[in-house]
Design a protein around this ligand. Structure first.
Ligand code: ZN
Length: 593
């Protein structure tokens, strides 16, 4: 759905960015801006800056930035449309309904209703747990050593033995059978009609990152199958894109997030103070979940059961984390099976120690492989060393490989020289060295590839946004075409237009962009670190240098883009060179007021 620019602008102007972000992040005034600890990466001293004049935020640490919409999109995992609607309500702006297609509106209404039904169901299960019939469920939780506080915090409940209680309750709230079934809370068949999906189970409500109930997991009381039953996929519940506990873990600010296998693990860990724990929902960890985690952390610790299935899940998880550009580690909980058991037996300090010692994925993979070889057999041992050598060859960077060779040599008591020779000979044989794919994390790869000509362009745009009165001296020399890529050029064009008729407003520029990535790039453009220069002479000289750099790289790029047989080429070259010489000799005046 697309709102008109005017509406978006009105919503934005009624929600001052300092007020909005101030509700989530504690901000302190610093000069013209406000600063605070960045909510998007872990830090001890503030590098997160909010500008009231530009109505933008930008983090100098993790280079995330944007306007009030992109802040909420990122912080609360909202779509652009959802952020607009949230802020419209906050600012008391009535949004036109007709902008939405009937199909989109129907879907949105349906989703809203399904969220409501799930919430009602969660309330009902909590109510059951506290009632007479819930005694069995409560006893189960108590037996698992959960406190009342934890039971409340996770909204744990109970579905009793009777098979249509919830359906009756939801009907009484006015929901149709069709909707109750679509929410995944009931099934229908000829014999029993519409009946509850969950019964005789303790219930774990599953919340999305915004704390909305999207489904349930239920554990059977007593024996029988399946032991765990989850809600089916519904329009609000996509198992591969959600993680149990993320609504709490996203705010934990531990610097890492721990993934474990089950609901009980997550709950036990939170109760012990490890509120950065999440679990995937009855399925294997997915690449979408890795992407989801990436919004909140750069390091993920895998905590899977210490059995064979758990180990292979961890190996697969390591791969997915790598592909997402996340740092992975593996928690070793031996001799215990899972975090819940470990914490009960050894306590939280011991668990904390294990987190600190979480194994790097390279050593984890090797130690898993080691079990396949009989180390008392010299032939097998040699083969194992060759395997290590091959793994070491996968490190492309010499320094990194070197560090690992030393570490492996120590840990496996292999002579460091021998290991060097082995790695060199394996590398020389070639073939076995699989080129290691660089993680496809958009932002990082772009940063690495950044061409040096862009920095002066950013400085110029930031400087101009801070001191629009310089426009005259700048526009005399630079035109939007001088900027190097589509994004920069587009922004420059808007600035040049706006500054010539006095209508320029940096915050408005962002309204034309919807993608978070674009927001971050635009915010970066407007928040380049400017060195404080005090004397007029030096300021003029600095501006002159930057203008010259932008002009020169702009000229070179445009020339390169021209076909070699373009009849205009000769003329363009001549004029371009002359302009550059003029600029070189010119004096840029910054008037002082
Ligand atoms: Zn940051």
């Amino acid at each position: 759905m697309r709102y008109s620019d005017d509406i978006i602008e009105e919503v934005r102007s009624r929600n001052d960015i300092v007020d909005v972000i101030g509700q989530y992040v504690s901000l302190k005034r610093a000069g013209a801006n406000y600063v605070g600890l960045c909510p998007f990466h872990n830090e001890k001293s503030p590098s997160f800056s909010v500008s009231p004049s530009k109505q933008m935020f930008y983090c100098f640490g993790c280079r995330v930035g944007g306007n009030v919409f992109s802040f909420l999109m990122k912080y609360d995992n909202l779509t652009f449309g959802e952020a607009v609607r949230f802020l419209a309500e906050r600012g008391g702006v009535k949004l036109p309904e007709e902008d939405e297609s009937p199909e989109a509106k129907r879907m949105r209404d349906k989703r809203a209703t399904l969220f409501e039904i799930n919430k009602e169901a969660a309330k009902y299960y909590v109510y059951q747990l506290k009632g007479r019939s819930g005694e069995k469920g409560l006893a189960y939780f108590r037996d698992r050593k959960l406190t009342d506080e934890t039971i409340t915090r996770f909204g744990l409940g109970y579905a009793n033995v009777s098979s249509d209680d919830l359906v009756k309750y939801l009907r009484s709230k006015g929901y149709s059978d069709a909707l109750i079934i679509e929410a995944g809370l009931a099934s229908h068949d000829e014999k029993y009609g519409t009946h509850d999906k969950f019964w005789n189970r303790v219930m774990f409500p599953i919340l999305d990152a915004n704390s909305k109930v999207i489904g349930f997991g239920g554990r059977l009381m007593g024996d029988g199958k399946p032991k765990y039953l989850n809600s089916p996929e519904t329009p609000v519940f996509d198992k591969s894109r959600n993680l149990f506990g993320l609504n709490y873990a996203k705010n934990a600010r531990a610097g890492y997030i721990i993934i474990c296998e089950g609901y009980m693990d997550v709950i036990a860990m939170h109760q012990a103070g490890f509120n950065m724990a999440v679990a995937s929902l009855g399925t294997a960890f997915t690449s979408q979940q890795a992407q989801l985690l990436k919004r909140y952390t750069d390091t993920v610790i895998l905590s899977y059961d210490s059995d064979g299935a758990g180990t292979s899940a961890a190996l697969k998880g390591i791969q997915l984390l790598k592909e997402a550009g996340l740092k992975g580690k593996v928690l070793n909980l031996k001799p215990y099976k899972d975090p819940d058991e470990f914490i009960k037996a050894e306590g939280k300090e011991a668990f904390e120690e294990r987190i600190k010692k979480a194994e790097n994925p390279f050593f984890f993979e090797i130690s898993v492989k080691e079990r396949e070889y009989d180390m008392s057999d010299p032939a097998a041992k040699t083969e194992f060393h060759r395997y290590i050598g091959q793994k070491l060859c996968e490190f492309k960077e010499a320094v990194e490989r070197e560090n690992y060779i030393e570490a492996v040599a120590q840990r496996y008591s292999i002579g460091s020289d021998d290991l060097h020779k082995l790695v060199a000979s394996i590398a020389a044989e070639g073939g076995i060295v699989k080129a290691k794919e660089k993680p496809k994390s958009g932002m990082h790869s772009q940063l690495r590839k950044e061409d040096p000509g862009r920095k002066p362009q950013r400085v110029l745009i930031t400087w101009l946004a801070d001191e629009p009165e310089l426009f005259e001296s700048i526009s005399k020399w630079i035109e939007p075409e001088d900027f190097s890529d589509d994004l920069y050029r587009g922004i420059a064009k808007q600035m040049w237009e706006g500054l010539s008729d006095g209508s320029f407003d940096p915050a408005r520029v962002l309204d034309r962009f919807v993608e978070e990535e674009e927001h971050a790039q635009v915010a970066e453009l407007f928040n380049t670190n400017l060195v404080q220069i005090d004397t007029k002479d030096e300021r003029e000289k600095a501006l002159h240098d930057i203008l010259y750099e932008v002009k020169r790289t702009g000229y070179e790029r445009r020339l390169k883009d021209m076909a070699s047989d373009d009849p205009e080429r000769w003329n363009f070259t001549l004029q371009g060179k002359r302009r550059l010489e003029e600029l070189l000799k010119a004096r840029i005046i910054i008037s002082t007021d």
